[in-house]
Every structure is written in structure tokens, then in C-alpha cells.
Design a protein around this ligand. Structure first.
Ligand code: NAD
Length: 383
């Protein structure tokens, strides 16, 4: 803690832009858009499953055009396609409906539309249907370049949504595997924000609450997707973790996840979950080492204590946290290694150097409390 206070000598800033609306009648907030033009940005599943129609029925009478072709981990071409589709429609508002992929695509499409016509103001509304990325409140959009095996984290306050509607009813249909992957993404966001270089009392408050809610409710939401209390708590946790990392930044876990996931096409939450116990111990200096703990260890031990995990010393606290995450992964069927996931290890070897380079160049890695060397990264990828 003392180390963190010492590091905090510069100007600190905590910025909140999004109006977060939840609870019964939340869609009434959109009454202000009566008679206007709303461009809905979503994916094919949302259209086919009837989710788009369900949401349309809650909107006031207005002109609507639906771009329903967002693909998972959206590439640049997908953004250009969406912007072309909506440009002539001249929307007053963009409504992103879906998981992180749809919301990130909407953010990038919005930025493109604003570039095309800078004088027009377009409101951004985000309606998340997974509890994972927190994209409804963050300054990030992750856009991929699959041909180069790269995921780019774009970061700008301009793309933070203006309004977020948190409706747990829209998350009920998420299957258990996706609930687990996205739920572990929430835990990764909150933990990375908690130990990030720019963490402060404000981001800590959101990270701590997000962790408490996610640890308490993710197992229930996984086992019983219809449990509205667990779904609601997890949906709030996802949003709070988003507020925390949007302010404090992320870390090595996400740098690795973007480099590995972009190349080997592993779902974002799953690869984050697999890496998390390893990265915790690496950052804390407790990974198979017996020297003194590093500064982040105190922060992890603090989280372990808050979560009621045992740990008579800082080292034991870190270990208990890493083990608790490994236990959750095991409970959800998330394998501990790339080998156990069935990834072609020849491919890992072939792209190893590119993945190390990608991790070190990723802007998330810069927020990590421990500066990794290329050898450290190679070892974590091969673990
Ligand atoms: P996703 O948006 O890719 O969705 C995963 C799958 O779940 C899709 O097939 C989707 O159709 C389906 N799905 C979504 N909602 C559903 C529902 N209610 N019922 C049934 N199925 C549903 O997954 P995600 O994990 O939400 O987002 C991942 C993307 O977000 C990645 O590209 C990741 O890099 C990015 N991301 C962004 C941020 C950010 O701050 N912008 C943070 C973390 C991750």
C-alpha cells in the first residue's frame, strides 16, 4: 500500500461519462428518442433469436435501421461495412445490442460516422447481453485484424457510450459455457484494474465491489441461468469492473490474451481465465520463486482477505487467490493450459515469437505492475 501511495505523486483523475439505467421501466429512458432515427448495431444471433424484436417493442415510435451483421471479435472490414450501411440513414442515435463484440463494433462504427460528418451529434446507447466485457461503460473497443493474427485495443474517451441500459432479462439465454467465460472476464478486469499502475481509491472501489459480486454469484449463474438475482448481480459486476479498468487500465493478462487469442482464436474470456492464476503469481513474484514478494503481492493478498480466502502471510494470500481462481476454472470446465484446451502446439511454437512481440506491444501490458521481459512472456505462453 505504501508503495502505491509513493507512486501516486502525479495528478489523478477519475472520469465517469455514462448514464447507467437499470430496474423496471428502464427502457422508458429512451422516450427522449421518440420520432428520431435509431441505428441498431447487433449480430445475427440477436436478430434470429428474436432479441432485436423484443428490444424494438420497448422503444418509442421511431425510425429504425438494423445492422445485424457484427461478427465475433469484429475485424476492420466489418466496421467499414456497418458504417457504409448506416451512413445515408443519418442516425440520431446508435443502439448497440449484444456482447462485447457488438458494442465494440458499434463504438468503432460511431467513430467512423463522426469522422464522415463531424458536425452531427450522435448519441450512443449500449445494451449489453453478456455479463463480461463492461464495454457499455469503457473507453475501449477491441478490433481485430485476423489476417495478421492481431487484436487492437483502441482507447478513447470519445467512444464511451452516453447511456447504458442494464437488463438482466437479456442475459438469461446465455449458455453456461459463455456465462463462465464472460464471468471470468469480469474477474480478470477487476483484478487487473486493482493492481494496475494507475489504480486509485476510486477505481479500487468499483473493482472491489465487482469482485465481491462476481465471486458470490458467478457459480449460481453458471449452474442456473434463470436465476435473475445472480444474473442481475453479475450484470452489475461486469459494468463496475468496466468502470474500474476504464479508469485504471488493464495489464499483462489482457496483453497476452489479445496476442494469443488473436492468433489462436480462443474466446476472450476463456483465455483470460486460463492465464489469470499464472499472471497473479508472476506479478506477485510467487511463481515457483522463494525470494521476497513484489509490490503487487500486497494488493492480491488484500483482495484475498476481502474475499474471505485464507492466507496467514502475503505469499499465502496470493497463493489462496490464485488457487481460488483455478478452482473456479475447474468447476466451469475451463482447462488450465493451451495443451489441455487441445490447441495445436506446433502452431504455438510457430507463432511464439510473434505472440511475445504482440504481448509486449499491446497497450494493456503497459499498465501492468511488473514490467515483463521477452523471456518472461515466452515462459508464460509456454506454461
Ligand atoms: P461476444 O460479444 O463475442 O458474444 C459471444 C457469443 O455469445 C456470440 O455468439 C453472441 O451471439 C452470443 N450471445 C451474446 N449475447 C447472448 C445472449 N443473451 N444469449 C445467447 N447468446 C448470446 O462475447 P463477449 O465476451 O461479450 O465479447 C468479446 C469481445 O469483447 C472480444 O472481442 C473482446 O476482445 C472484447 N472486449 C472488449 C472490452 C471493452 O472494454 N470494449 C473489454 C473486454 C473484451
Amino acid at each position: 500500500m505504501r508503495e502505491r501511495q509513493a507512486a501516486m505523486t502525479g495528478l489523478q483523475r477519475f472520469f465517469l461519462k455514462t448514464e447507467i439505467v437499470f430496474g423496471p421501466g428502464m427502457f422508458d429512458r429512451l422516450e427522449a428518442f421518440r420520432g428520431q432515427r435509431i441505428g441498431i448495431i447487433t449480430d445475427a444471433f440477436m436478430v434470429k433469436s428474436g432479441m432485436v424484436d423484443r428490444v424494438r417493442a420497448k422503444l418509442p415510435p421511431c425510425e429504425i435501421k438494423v445492422f445485424g451483421e457484427v461478427v465475433p471479435e469484429p475485424p476492420l472490414q466489418n466496421i467499414a461495412q456497418g458504417a457504409r450501411f448506416l451512413a445515408d440513414f443519418k442516425p440520431d442515435a446508435i443502439l448497440a445490442l449484444g456482447g462485447g463484440s457488438a458494442i465494440d463494433a458499434a463504438k468503432a462504427i460511431l467513430a467512423t460516422l463522426r469522422e464522415m460528418e463531424p458536425s452531427r451529434s450522435i448519441v450512443m446507447i449500449a445494451v449489453p447481453t453478456t455479463s463480461g466485457t463492461g464495454s457499455e461503460v469503457t473507453s475501449y473497443a477491441i478490433i481485430s485484424e485476423p489476417e495478421r493474427g492481431i487484436k487492437h485495443p483502441l482507447r478513447s474517451e470519445e467512444i464511451i457510450p452516453d447511456i447504458a441500459l442494464l437488463d438482466p432479462e437479456l442475459v438469461m439465454s446465455v449458455p453456461p459455457k459463455v456465462t463462465a467465460d464472460t464471468g471470468m472476464d469480469v474477474i480478470t478486469h477487476a483484478l487487473e484494474a486493482y493492481v494496475a499502475r494507475e489504480a486509485n481509491d476510486f477505481s479500487d472501489a468499483f473493482a472491489e465491489k465487482a469482485l465481491a459480486l462476481a465471486f458470490a454469484h458467478l457459480p449460481t449463474a453458471f449452474a442456473n441461468g434463470n436465476d435473475v438475482v445472480a444474473r442481475g448481480a453479475l450484470h452489475n459486476a461486469s459494468c463496475m469492473a468496466g468502470i474500474a479498468f476504464s479508469a485504471a487500465g488493464l495489464g499483462l493478462n489482457h496483453g497476452l490474451a489479445h496476442a494469443i487469442g488473436g492468433r489462436l482464436h480462443i474466446p476472450h474470456g476463456k483465455i483470460n481465465a486460463m492465464l489469470l492464476p499464472l499472471v497473479i503469481e508472476y506479478n506477485a513474484g510467487t511463481r515457483g520463486e522463494f525470494g521476497p514478494c513484489l509490490p503487487a503481492a500486497t494488493r492480491y493478498a488484500e483482495v484475498a482477505r476481502r474475499l474471505g480466502l485464507e492466507g496467514p502471510s502475503v505469499r499465502a494470500g496470493v497463493k489462496s487467490l490464485a488457487q481460488a481462481i483455478s478452482r473456479l476454472n475447474a468447476q466451469f470446465g475451463i482447462p488450465p493450459t493451451l495443451r489441455a484446451l487441445g490447441v495445436d502446439l506446433d502452431e504455438v511454437a510457430r507463432y511464439g515469437a510473434a505472440m511475445v512481440q504482440g504481448t509486449l506491444a499491446d497497450s494493456c501490458t503497459a499498465s501492468n505492475p511488473r514490467k515483463p521481459t521477452p523471456d518472461d512472456v515466452a515462459e508464460l505462453i509456454g506454461a
